[in-house]
Design a protein around this ligand. Sequence first.
Ligand SMILES: Nc1nc2c(ncn2[C@@H]2O[C@H](COP(=O)(O)OP(=O)(O)OP(=O)(O)O)[C@@H](O)[C@H]2O)c(=O)[nH]1
Ligand SMILES: [Mg+2]
Length: 205
Amino acid sequence: MFSLFYGLWEYVFSKTEFHVLILGIDKAGKTTLLEKLKTLYSNLQGLPPDRIVPTVGLNIGRVEASKTKLVFWDLGGQVGLRPIWEKYYEEAHGIIFVIDAACPSRFEDSKSALEKVLRHEDLQGAPLLILANKQDLSGAITAEEVARYLDLKELDERLYMFEAVSAYDGIGLGIKDAVDWLVEVMERSKRTATLRVRASGAAPF
Ligand SMILES: Nc1nc2c(ncn2[C@@H]2O[C@H](COP(=O)(O)OP(=O)(O)OP(=O)(O)O)[C@@H](O)[C@H]2O)c(=O)[nH]1
Ligand SMILES: [Mg+2]
């Protein structure tokens, strides 16, 4: 009986937890973004950019947004590390894909990496936030230009948004707005409902 009430109490009062993958090619600014997210969503100060090194394994960041817990998984973007990404797909509620908007020579690499992510069946229906990062640099292109360049056919039937940000930016307004959007769509996505059923061990209906 106790466990029944405890289960109900947990269901009603515990915060929903979302797993968010931060993907993108190397040097796009994923880890810098993760550290900025920690600063924006908690009292803890994230690492400053000059202390961040290229990611080889996985960086995890846990923060609490208003009604939810967010667990960010930041993976290394070097070519040899990208095959590791798919190990995390099944459990992810949403994706943040980071692009260095100031580095045109690497747009093609970003485009094909993102296309591959979106084609993977383990990520079906996962809401997608594409960040055109490094807006503080003079050569950076806008979020609309990034969207036009990527011209993704794979976006059909997926909730997505493009946003221009700078992971260096102190206030991080664009970042917060974009992450708030992601939380909102993850809350009502079919994929979240499916992951919840799977986590509870109940048979799908
Ligand atoms: N100007 C500017 N530089 C940035 C910004 N975000 C990241 N950088 C710089 O870009 C470089 C790469 O940043 P990281 O955060 O390590 O990139 P990453 O995507 O995590 O790279 P991997 O871990 O190798 O996949 C570093 O020199 C950062 O300081 C930004 O918004 N503006
Ligand atoms: Mg990194």
